[in-house]
Design a protein around this ligand. Sequence first.
Ligand code: NBP
Length: 475
Amino acid sequence: KKAQIGVTGLAVMGSNIARNFARNGYTVALHNRSIAKTDALIAEHGSDGDFVRTETVAEFVDALERPRRVLIMVKAGDATDAVIGELADAMETGDIIIDGGNALYTDTIRRERALAERGLHFVGAGISGGEEGALNGPSIMPGGPAESYKSLGPMLESIAANVEGEPCCTHIGPDGSGHFVKMVHNGIEYADMQLIGEAYDLMRQALDMPVTDIAEVFREWNTTELESYLVEITAEVLGQVDAETGKPLVDVVVDAAGQKGTGRWTVKSALDLGIPTTGIAEAVFARALSSATDQRAAASGLAAGTLGAAPTDRDAFIADVKSALYASKVVAYAQGFDQIAAGSAEYGWDVDRGSLATIWRGGCIIRAQFLNRIREAYQENPDLPSLLLAPYFRDAVEAGIDSWRRVVATATTLGIPVPAFASSLSYYDGLRAERLPAALTQGLRDFFGAHTYQRVDKPGTFHTLWSGDRSEVEA
Ligand code: NBP
């Protein structure tokens, strides 16, 4: 019996996805560069379903029914190119190669083009949910040709997470669109985690709360509109006690956050597209600052100045922090969805943001109650200029705006860093401002570089003769 799908790259993600396919009744051909991982998977989990063990690429390709479908789950970058090259040489017209790794979307665009020339379908699929999601139902964001989704879609939908009867998998759009939206998803994940971190830090520092009490606050928040996987696991991590010292685990973990690069990619892309994703950028930079340990040690004696008084009403401040967290989170998502709209326009992908919110409701790391509201917002108006303008979010932010300002002001007077809370609030104020100081920027640019400006009261492009008689001329 031929296999319906092949998985190559059987480290943690690939093994779990292969098992997920097998548990859903598919016959799965297995392949890994080194046979040890293949054998380990069969030895430990062979009873999950029908697996076909293969050693060489030729054997692997031969084990598959046509059109062949192969999912690559190897390390992103050169390893992916190497595996694609070997597979493409062995495959035939109409076969489908799926890259489920965290590829950079521009690599996916390049790979799709090269494989299309050889008559092969290439599907760059973003897969979120970590190990657990891979096994029990991830959120899957496949790009690539619509035609390949016809044969592949039902299989991917059957292994994906499912929320209220809807699979967390949909065709995103052509070529690199799947990996692009997965990248922005990861960027939003960075922002979400940074905001959670700031909320925690405020309770810790401004209110001097014990970590266990803060864990309790997050547990409670997880029963409200903030309900989400990240808030849920925040309560778990904060509740964890170190066996060796008896201290909260967060107090024995080095406070230098790592990153594997998808947040940085998101920000680079945002810069290229000219989209202010300040929440994600602050989160990436906050991790960078945290990891600058030598510099931080050298700077630890710098003056704090005269600090303000701590809030006196604990419960009121916690409520304010909650509102600030929610409002800042709305901003981070609004910005991420703006970036997706801009990427979609730039590359002609026609990404439907409502469907995206739908498939992020389950399986993935940023899954949250809140995504239902985003989905409704884009269903109501697919061309929404900003998520902040959807009636639900407009009202939610308005209800929390005073709290948000109090939290940022309190953090500032207490010397507690809140880069994501503060920049999200500034973004919001900038977005709603009637006039911005950009008019002055234009004046300065015209002064030193004759870059010209436009006037509010008449059409045309103008320049002031700054080094002459300072009269205005039409440029
Ligand atoms: P890794 O990213 O650690 O990759 C290990 C796999 O790549 C092994 O199967 C290894 O084979 C294979 N490989 C390498 Br390394 N170089 C190769 C080459 N030149 N030729 C062939 N195979 C090669 O595995 P992972 O953590 O399971 O992640 C897989 C993909 O999924 C990555 O792109 C990752 O970014 C993405 N992803 C991971 C997560 C997560 O939570 N971990 C979540 C979402 C997406 P070997 O056994 O012979 O060394």
